[in-house]
Design a protein around this ligand. Structure first.
Ligand code: NAD
Length: 507
């Protein structure tokens, strides 16, 4: 055996989960899971075969028969146990996440924690899945609703939150009585798999949760599969739009949470120090690979003079491997992502924007092969430039200027994306006008990344979202259930004589 083949065979393989068993794929197509700071291959992940996808769906279909009838308390207690297990394994999960995704350890813990909040919410499913009852809608007649599970549901997740986003999906789908097939990102599936192992340890029965790996072909197979009733997707607008149409055509209920270009508006009366800190964190944290990153800054009026201070703040951020203490900005997920972001920076220069801070090719001692791009800032950016029109998904902040709040609102509403936005001001009246007139799903007021906690639902407007209901919170209970309305009357032997009724009225 030569060095190369030994290295390949010694690398761990990521397993499929089918009917309660972690199994090796029979696929002939595999790809490497790579540490983005070092290029060390951590594992190999299969592109599952069609038969494996079918087996996962069949296992979920079989498990649904009994799972749908499982008492609420039994379902809820699994998630009570699960949240405890996630807490106990937090450090291990964060380390795994950082190794394969690149984000800093504290941010990796945040990724797990934001998913954990959804697991905690799933544990209160008894309250969330209550129907409604109206007594005496006609004489002796009551009407009530049942929120019944749909059957097999599926989820397709992106690379940037490999803990949080799978946890947005399968806990609530399963808690509401469905069974699930998850397709994690093929770029960083390892932390997702560890979370899946813990879900089984918490008591999720065999077949209720299944996992297949892969890319386009597996996603298309899930979109087309006749036994999948609902499909949840989080990822880019291009892929999400394709998934939405393909799965809708196949008769599924579909929700797609997609790409972004999140604008932060700064008025000159804002608290300057707090605002600049918030902006630097929200633009460059997670190397800009957040769907809610504040990637676009609109400085209104005199706030345009703040650029040098923002640049100075960005320069203080430490670019390094995510597991190194003190790191602010880790590597991008892949070499291809680094090249794409560097290409955008070059296009900004070519199209006439002012490069205030150039983060290309930073020297990161000990990690010379990492996919690093440091904080980068452009001013003088205008619609029509690629760095404004397209999602960069890297640590690049583009700055535009506006004469008034109305101009800023008009600019944002003209952008196709509507995922998140924020305003920084000390004026309640300005903030209120912004919240009313802006057509964006998540709005922050003096908060740069307003991702809602699961008491609410994540949402999105325009090109950032397809489908009506969001991926967690109250809306997802409706997404994963079918409302059945029951109208009932019981006859006492001698009290009620309704006679023949040939009208539509209840009597
Ligand atoms: P992506 O669209 O490339 O991949 C998402 C999923 O789709 C992955 O599981 C991938 O395997 C699959 N996929 C990739 N190409 C495909 C194809 N051609 N056909 C079918 N399936 C395919 O997204 P990504 O790069 O992993 O994640 C980053 C994107 O996700 C960004 O655009 C970001 O804004 C978005 N995102 C959105 C939200 C939100 O809630 N709105 C949250 C996180 C990320």
């Amino acid at each position: 055996m030569n060095e190369m083949s030994r290295a390949v065979t010694e690398v761990a393989t990521v397993k499929l989960l089918i009917d309660g068993k972690f199994v090796e794929s029979r696929s002939t197509q595999w790809r490497d899971v790579v540490n983005p700071a070092t290029q060390v291959v951590l594992a190999r992940v299969p592109m599952a075969t069609r038969d494996e996808v079918d087996a996962a769906v069949a296992a979920a279909q079989a498990a649904f028969k009994s799972w749908r009838k499982t008492p609420i308390g039994t379902r809820a207690r699994i998630f009570l146990k699960y949240q405890q297990l996630i807490r106990e394994h937090m450090a291990e999960l964060a380390a795994l996440l950082t190794a394969e995704q690149g984000k800093t350890l504290p941010d990796a813990e945040g990724d797990v924690f934001r998913g954990l909040e959804v697991v905690e919410h799933a544990a209160s499913i008894g309250n969330l899945q209550l129907g409604e009852l109206a007594n005496n809608v006609a004489s002796g007649v009551d009407t009530y609703t049942l929120l019944q599970p749909l059957g097999v549901c599926a989820g397709i997740t992106p690379f940037n939150f490999p803990a949080m986003i799978p946890l947005w999906m399968f806990p609530m789908a399963i808690a509401t009585g469905n069974t699930f097939v998850l397709k994690p990102s093929e770029q960083d599936p390892m932390v997702t798999m560890r979370l899946v192992e813990l879900a089984l340890e918490a008591g999720v029965p065999k077949g209720v949760l299944n996992v297949v790996h892969g890319g386009e072909e597996v996603v298309n197979a899930l979109c087309d599969h006749p036994d999948i009733k609902a499909l949840s997707f989080v990822g880019s607008t291009k892929v999400g739009t394709h998934v939405y149409h393909r799965a809708s055509l196949a008769g599924k209920r579909v929700q797609c949470m997609m790409g972004a270009k999140n604008h932060a508006v700064v008025l000159a009366d804002a608290n300057k120090e707090q605002t600049l800190n918030a902006l630097a964190g929200a633009a460059f944290g997670a190397a800009g690979q957040r769907c809610m990153a504040a990637s676009t800054l609109v400085l209104v009026g005199e706030a345009q003079a703040w650029i040098p201070e923002l640049v100075a703040k960005a320069k203080t951020l430490c670019v390094n491997a995510g597991h190194e203490p003190g790191t602010d900005v880790g590597p991008l997920i892949s070499c291809a992502a680094r090249e794409r972001v560097e290409g955008y920076i070059e296009s900004g220069v070519q199209q006439g924007a002012t490069l205030e801070l150039d983060g290309r090719k930073p020297h990161v001692a000990g990690y010379e092969n990492g996919n690093f791009v440091g904080p980068t800032i452009f001013s003088g950016v205008k619609p029509g430039m690629r760095i404004y029109d397209e999602e960069i998904f890297g640590p690049v902040l583009v700055i535009l200027s506006a004469d008034s709040l109305d101009d800023a609102i008009a600019l944002i509403n003209a952008n196709p994306n509507g995922n998140g936005t924020a305003i920084f001001t000390q004026s309640g009246a300005a903030a209120r006008r912004f919240q009313d007139d802006i057509d964006v799903g998540q709005v922050g007021i003096n908060l740069p990344i307003p991702v809602p906690v699961p008491l609410f639902s994540f949402t999105g407007s325009r090109a950032s979202k397809l489908g009506d209901l969001g991926p967690y919170g109250k809306q997802v209970v409706l997404f994963y259930t079918q409302t059945k309305t029951v109208t009932q009357r019981w006859f006492d032997d001698d009290t009620l004589h309704v006679g023949v009724n040939t009208t539509i009225s209840l009597k």
